[in-house]
Design a protein around this ligand. Structure first.
Ligand SMILES: [Zn+2]
Length: 236
């Protein structure tokens, strides 16, 4: 995930812009008619990340693509050569493209997962991706499914069996099934049912990537998928 970066020689912040789809853009300090945007300066010696600084700057910036405003918290010793960026608002992650026919509630669930991650909330983001996967399977007829328990047919609503059923029907590939289990379901279950642990940005990234792939599998070529789902008795 791209981190905001301050280029002191140009006085710009390179950061992902939420209004530019999460693409990394350059935020500069030029306002209307090239007036400099404002800065709040707090003088005072202090420590930040193991080094001493003489002031804190809250500096206003503007995305040079869409003009959205942003605020940086910067530590320095009176000049920009010594400046270190602590944080930048707004935050964003690159939004994944979603299929056009994807139901609105799934889109919202998926986008909220991205919003969580853009704020560093990788646990809640990953839990919502699991939820998006589960809701998608339900909409596609994988609510209560049959599975084989040592030769005996049993019914199940567990996400495990619902993913397996979609793979058995050929709606998602064997590789995708593996990813759905390892990167989305197991991670989501850990978060919901196990002791607290940190979820890394990489874990979120993998869950984000494979959830998006499964949504594409199911909605990119919807007519073909729907006829398969009907043939398998999943949809009326
Ligand atoms: Zn922008």
């Amino acid at each position: 995930m791209p981190k905001p970066f301050y280029k002191w020689d140009e006085n710009v912040v390179l950061a992902p812009c939420p209004d530019c789809g999460g693409a990394t853009t350059s935020f500069d300090d030029k306002g209307y008619s090239s007036t400099r945007l404002g800065t709040v300066i707090i003088n005072g010696h202090h420590q930040y990340a193991g080094a001493g600084y003489s002031r804190i700057l809250w500096q206003f910036f503007r995305c040079n693509v869409c003009s959205r405003g942003g605020v940086a918290k910067i530590h320095d010793n009176g000049n920009s050569q010594t400046a270190v960026l602590e944080s930048f608002l707004p935050t964003a992650i690159e939004k994944a493209p979603l299929p056009a026919g994807l139901p609105d509630d799934i889109v919202k669930e998926f986008r909220e997962a991205e919003l969580d991650a853009s704020n560093g909330a990788y646990r809640s983001g990953s839990a919502l991706l699991r939820s998006a996967l589960e809701k998608t399977l339900k909409k596609n007829g994988y609510d209560e499914v049959e599975y084989d328990d040592k030769g005996v047919k049993k019914k199940s609503r567990s996400l495990l069996h619902r993913i397996d059923a979609a793979s058995d029907d050929g709606v998602i590939t064997e590789t995708r099934k593996k990813r759905a289990h390892e990167n989305i379901r197991v991670l989501g279950n850990d978060i919901l049912h196990d002791d607290w642990r940190e979820v890394s940005p990489d874990e979120f990234d993998a869950a984000h990537k494979y959830t998006q792939r499964i949504l594409e599998d199911l909605y990119d070529d919807r007519p073909t998928v729907e006829s398969r789902l009907k043939a398998k008795g999943r949809l009326p």
